[in-house]
Design a binder for this molecule. Structure first.
Ligand SMILES: Nc1ncnc2c1ncn2[C@@H]1O[C@H](COP(=O)(O)OP(=O)(O)O)[C@@H](O)[C@H]1O
Ligand SMILES: Nc1ccn([C@@H]2O[C@H](COP(=O)(O)OP(=O)(O)O)[C@@H](O)[C@H]2O)c(=O)n1
Length: 206
């Protein structure tokens, strides 16, 4: 049966962490849709035209090194504001969402545009300062030379761009359950997500 779980929210709110654990617990496949936009953003930084890059995207693009850097995140949110780029990525995401065995997709517009019919929808948030601190720690661990105030500035700029764009802006679906992870541990956030998905009819396999 194709049970679809949509998990949306702003940068570094905890979507990916929750999604990976939810996929394990509910025994379904996981697609980090941000990687699609990051892969197009990286190809743009390498000189390619964004729409051509989106149309030519290959699975190997999602495995490339460097997709998680701040510069690529910034480029991703720029190409993500181009309606034709978004349109080129829709079919792949919808096919993934309806696969047998169920799927969890995380991103910005999964519950609103890609899978409005998803059986379970979560909207994960946290304060900008908390998200910037988490992202800063990740960059430091990855050896990137950054300062916290710059990361906070980038988080705010990306929020504004993602929420302000005309096409598929970041916003909760009317029927999404909000999880604020600002004061939650990873374990608590995951437990809240599992409870909401079970309440929506999801069945654990682990
Ligand atoms: N509830 C939480 N409490 C503390 N740290 C968290 C929590 N959720 C995620 N993190 C950490 O914050 C960082 C960003 O989380 P991630 O899941 O990648 O966010 P997103 O996918 O929304 O960008 C990761 O390093 C992760 O370990
Ligand atoms: N479904 C999605 C996923 C990502 N994106 C865009 O891609 C960028 C990078 O997404 P991401 O999920 O990898 O970013 P993080 O939350 O991990 O920082 C976002 O800032 C969005 O602009 C989108 O528009 N729609």
């Amino acid at each position: 049966m194709a049970f679809t779980i949509a998990i949306d929210g702003p940068a570094a709110s905890g979507k990916g962490t929750i999604s990976r654990e939810v996929a394990r617990v509910f025994g379904c496949a996981h697609l980090d849709t941000g990687l699609l936009y990051r892969a197009v953003g990286l190809r743009m930084l390498e000189g390619e035209e964004p729409l051509e890059a989106a149309r030519a995207l290959m699975p190997a693009d999602l495995e490339k090194d460097g997709l998680r850097t701040g510069a690529v995140g910034e480029a991703a949110s720029k190409v993500a504001a181009i309606p034709e780029v978004r349109a080129a990525l829709v079919d792949f995401q919808r096919a993934f969402a309806r696969r047998d065995g169920g799927a969890v997709l995380d991103g910005r517009d999964i519950g609103t545009v890609i899978c409005p019919e998803a059986e379970a929808k979560l909207f994960v948030i946290a304060s900008p300062e908390t998200r910037a601190r988490r992202r800063f720690q990740e960059f430091v661990a990855a050896g990137e030379d950054v300062d916290y105030s710059r990361v906070l500035e980038d988080v705010r700029a990306r929020d504004a761009r993602d929420m302000g764009r005309a096409d598929a802006p970041l916003r909760p679906a009317d029927d999404a359950t909000e999880i604020d992870t600002t004061h939650l541990s990873i374990e608590e956030a995951v437990a809240a997500a599992i409870a909401a998905i079970e309440a929506a009819g999801g069945t654990r396999t682990a």
